[in-house]
Design a protein around this ligand. Sequence first.
Ligand code: ZN
Length: 318
Amino acid sequence: MTTKTFASQADLEEKKVSFTKLSDHAYAYTAEGDPNTGVVIGDDAVMVIDTQATPVMAQDVIRRIREVTDKPIQYVVLSHYHAVRVLGASAYGAEHVIASEDTLDLIKERGEQDKASEIGRFPRLFRAVESVPAGLTWPTLTFRGKMTLWLGRLEVQILQVGRGHTKGDTIVWLPAERILFSGDLVEFDATPYAGDAYFSDWPQTLDNLAAMKPAQLVPGRGAALQTPEEVAAGLKGTRDFIADVFAAVKAGAAGGRDLRSVYRDTMAAVRPKYGHWVIFDHCMPFDVTRAYDEATQYRDPRIWTAERDVEMWKALEG
Ligand SMILES: [Zn+2]
C-alpha cells in the first residue's frame, strides 16, 4: 500500500509562462495557475511584486523584464510572507524589499517553519531549490497601512486594505491607470489557498478591492484580468469560494462534528462548483482545517510545520 502525501506531489506538469502587457507601466508574469509576479516600470526604475519561489525561477522574470526595459530593478514588494512568493528575492539585487509590518511579524514568527512546510508540500513549485540562499528573505522597508512611491512621475501605492489570505496582505495600486496587483487575495481559475487565512475578514477585504474599481487586476494565480468585467469575475469567484467553504465548515462545526467529517461534507458541497480549479485537491485539506479552527477556537492561524502538514493530510486523506 502506498500513502499519498499531498496531492501536489503528483502535480509535476510544467506550466506555460505568459508576460502580458497591461499598460506602458505594468506587466503580468503568469503561468497557468502557478504563482504570478507583477512588474511595474517607472520613469527610472522597475518594481517587482512577488519574486517567484527560487532565484533560478526569478531569472526567467528578469529575462522577460529585460526584453522590455533596461531600467534597474530597484524595488521588490512582498504581497505576503509565503515562501513561494519570497524566496526568489535575492536574484533581483533590488535596493529595497518592501513588506507590511504585519508581514514582517509573520516572517519573524513563522518564516522558517513556513519555508520547510511549503517546500515539502509542493516540490515542483521550487525549481532549483538549491539556489535559495540560507535563511529567510527580510524586508528592508516596512510600512503600516499605506506607503506611496514615486517612480519618477508614476505614483505607486502600496496598501493594506484588510486581512484575507494572511494577516499581512499587501496590494500594489497604480491609481492613474487603475491597475491592481492583488497577491493571493484574488485568484482566477485557481483555488485560493486559505491555510493561513482569516475567513471572517476576507470577503470584506475583497469588497474593499472592488470599491477601488480596478480597470485591470493581476491575481496571485491565474491569467491577468484585463477588463472591469474580468476583474469583477475574479473578485466574485474568490469571494464565493471563501464564503461557501466557511459556511459549510461553520455549519458542521456548529453541529459539533469533528474535522474529518466536516472535511468530507465540505468537499462534497463545494467540489461541483470549484473542483475544476487548479490545486483544488491540494488546497482543500488546508483550507478546511483553517476554517474549522477559525469556526471553533483559533482566532489566528496556527503555524504549519512540515510535521503538522503530514499529520493533517493523513488524518483527512489517509
Ligand atoms: Zn500565499
